[in-house]
Design a protein around this ligand. Sequence first.
Ligand code: ATP
Ligand code: MG
Length: 240
Amino acid sequence: MSVLVIEGLHVEVGGKPVLRGVDLALEPGQVHALMGPNGSGKSTLALALAGEPGYTVTRGRATLDGEDLLSLPPHERARKGLFLAFQYPPEIEGVSLREFLRLACAERGQGFCEFQRSYPHALRRLRMEGFDGRELNVGFSGGEKKRSELLQLYLLRPKVALLDEPDSGVDVDALRLIAEAIRELAEGGTAVLIITHYPRILEHVPPSEVFVLDGGSIVERGGPELAHRIGEEGFEVIRR
Ligand SMILES: Nc1ncnc2c1ncn2[C@@H]1O[C@H](COP(=O)(O)OP(=O)(O)OP(=O)(O)O)[C@@H](O)[C@H]1O
Ligand SMILES: [Mg+2]
């Protein structure tokens, strides 16, 4: 059964209609990919689902485990197991990476002892041992911010992970590291949506389904070969 179901979702940003009827479903333990031209609304979809202010749902519905998601405030959506890794992760001054993660894990029901065990392992897994005492994302390079988002995800083990371009700006080694962490997460049962422009990351974590967003709705669905065709030929393949 699908864990996240989106039906006929319409979203406006700054008074402008961006999404015009998006339908998609994410399955537990599966990796899905969302592609689409710049400005097609991929981040809008992720932000609207997470409850970002200013992203107004005007029609349609979204459920998490059969429960209405859109009537909940953002922190309740997160508590119920929805996670968004930002395309542009924010820098939070005055909050250490460790403290942020400890509090986030406590909200998801992980006790202190469990955190003490899992945190060092996760730091090693994402090769972020040197970041323990740093403020959250402050002064991190672009690729380090992406790894920091994955570190959160890895510790929180959400039901649904929306990853907005986890591969943008990361070097080849970090890409492999990130892809492996995503694969491990899916094997643990998380439903994953990778928003990406390039098939490269999907070679490491093959998706069960690829969606293409254009003009505010899903215009094409397919297997991993669809991502390859788009990588080779661009979005002309869906406009023919
Ligand atoms: N506050 C705003 N006011 C007006 N338009 C906005 C606002 N925020 C976003 N948009 C527009 O919404 C559209 C969708 O943007 P979005 O960031 O969702 O695209 P995207 O598919 O994630 O693109 P990219 O691949 O470049 O990340 C764009 O045309 C963008 O300019
Ligand atoms: Mg985007």
